[in-house]
Design a protein around this ligand. Structure first.
Ligand code: ZN
Length: 229
């Protein structure tokens, strides 16, 4: 007498004689498929696509390719990492990783993140970093329900320290803002001023301002448009 297998897993094709056995079944492929459908899984898929477009000029990238990719877990880890350290422009991060030939399993490392922070500070065109800064300030104004020109009334020193550490705010804007100068003088402790000074690094920026007149103009225009002067 032949045994009837009435149930079969759609993912791994395992077969089951009883419904109970089938319902209890949970395989790696099934888990990945569920994970892929989550918000994080979808974000990981977008990052996976960005890398292939950047690295291999791919046009069409299928979900199936991602789900069976050896880098699936690395991309999922990167989604969590990007959220935790709050990367403002993940595509910029990916472009940099590709150009530095850093493979996805290493993207979430301190070294890779350090390279990204360094890149923003030293190499990123000023207008790009100003863009990031403007977006950051709009978000803060939104959450704090204040006008952009009043962001420093809702920010504390440790917020500014964190934003500088994450390169979400540029010294180009801060050092040209009178409102920041007032904030720095009145809303910070001695210790905070030391940390801020270290992060804003005027000794590095002031000469760079003077050597980049156009960028300095741009930063100043932006500061006055934001009413932070
Ligand atoms: Zn299965």
């Amino acid at each position: 007498m032949k045994t009837d297998f009435l149930f079969q897993c759609n993912y791994c094709y395992s077969r089951f004689k009883t419904e109970r056995g089938f319902l209890k079944h949970h395989c790696k492929q099934m888990h990945r498929d569920e994970d892929f459908k989550s918000l994080e899984g979808q974000a990981a898929f977008l990052f996976y696509k960005s890398r292939l477009v950047e690295k291999h000029h791919a046009r069409i990238v299928s979900a199936g390719a991602f789900k069976s990719s050896k880098y699936y877990t690395a991309f999922r880890k990167f989604v969590d990492f990007a959220k935790r350290v709050d990367i403002p422009d993940a595509n910029l991060y990916i472009t940099l990783m590709v150009s530095k030939k850093i493979e996805p399993p290493h993207w979430s490392s301190e070294q890779a993140y350090g390279k990204y922070l360094n890149h923003i500070t030293r190499k990123l065109p000023t207008e790009k970093w100003i863009d990031i800064t403007v977006n950051t300030l709009f978000d803060i104004a939104d959450v704090g329900e204040v006008a952009i020109g009043d962001v420093f009334t809702v920010l504390e020193a440790y917020d500014v320290i964190r934003l500088l550490e994450q390169r979400k705010i540029s010294p180009w804007i801060l050092l040209n803002s009178k409102k920041f100068a007032v904030f720095f003088k009145n809303k910070t402790t001695v210790e905070e001023r030391i940390i801020l000074e270290n992060l804003v690094n005027p000794d590095y920026w002031k000469p760079r301002f003077l050597n980049n007149k156009k960028d300095l103009e741009l930063a100043k225009d932006c500061v006055s448009a934001l009413e932070l002067d």
